[in-house]
Design a protein around this ligand. Structure first.
Ligand code: SF4
Ligand code: MG
Length: 274
């Protein structure tokens, strides 16, 4: 196993996450993927918004930015445009990314800008005590849905793919090897990569929905996550709460800052803008 302690700001520990929270597992997957992808620590930037997951960059020894709610991708876009040679990673939660940050998300995907985004999806607003998010499953309880959530949740991977992301994958805190592999692949790509990491919140989502402690919630991931091929074979009435994990989409398209650089080069050479 690689020694990943050099990526941790020990002076900022202990972390704020509750016992059994999945976010430490996802953060661990991010740094193992960075290590595996061989990124230069000093040329790597980790940007987050607001929420429990967005506290992660505070514990990571890279160039880090803890920004405003929903705006991590906007800040990250600015950094990538100014310094395209840097490796940019966004760490975000489901509320941060899919609600207030939803528009930034679809447009970052559409541009195919070279950012790897990892969404720590716990299906709830954890930091503000358990309000429903766009990722709270229909029928589940939240402080703002005490009789059951009637909203339908997004499929974030479908949204990312439809919006133009060129690498899209999903895993869980139980399937950590897969998660590390997916984030590593995302980091190795030129364009916009999106990895959705299902991560348990036992304190609010789990307790309110009587799902048990963190380990129990991870067992639920183990028992309900299936591959796309296995999901297709299931009769619709037996799919229940089963969900698909794995690589959803992978293609190559021109990366945004490289396209932008072409215009700069053309104009610097005295050419026409088009
Ligand atoms: Fe994790 Fe939920 Fe606690 Fe936030 S509130 S640290 S998401 S368990
Ligand atoms: Mg959340």
């Amino acid at each position: 196993m690689p020694d990943i302690s050099r990526y941790i700001r020990r002076e900022n520990l202990p972390h704020i996450w509750c016992g059994g929270c999945g976010h430490g597992i996802v953060m661990g997957a991010v740094i193992r993927a960075i290590d595996r992808a061989g990124l230069d620590q000093d040329k790597t930037v980790v940007v987050s918004g607001i929420g429990c997951s967005s506290r992660a960059p505070g514990y990571l020894d890279f160039n880090t930015l803890h920004t405003t709610h929903g705006r991590a991708l906007a800040f990250a876009t600015g950094i990538k445009l100014a310094r395209p040679e840097l490796n940019i990673i966004v760490i975000t939660g489901d509320g941060d990314l899919a609600a207030i940050g939803g528009n930034h998300f679809i447009h970052a995907c559409r541009r195919n800008i070279g950012i790897t985004t990892v969404c720590f999806n716990n299906g709830i607003y954890g930091m503000t005590s358990g309000q429903s998010s766009p990722m709270t499953p229909k029928g589940k309880l939240a402080s703002t849905a005490p009789y059951g959530n009637i909203d339908r949740a997004f499929d974030l991977c479908e949204l990312a793919r439809a919006s133009g992301a060129t690498y899209v994958a999903r895993s869980t805190t139980y399937h950590t090897t897969m998660l590390i592999n997916q984030i590593t692949k995302g980091l190795q790509r030129q364009g916009f990569s999106f990895v959705e990491a299902l991560s348990q919140c036992p304190t609010y989502y789990g307790r309110r929905n009587r799902l048990g402690a963190g380990a129990k919630m991870m067992e639920w991931y183990r028992d309900n996550a299936v591959t796309a091929a296995a999901y297709e074979k299931l009769a619709p009435e037996s799919r229940g709460e089963k969900f698909v994990i794995g690589e959803m989409y992978s293609t190559e398209e021109p990366e945004y800052t490289q396209e932008y650089q072409k215009i700069i080069d053309r104009l610097s050479g005295g050419g026409e803008a088009r």
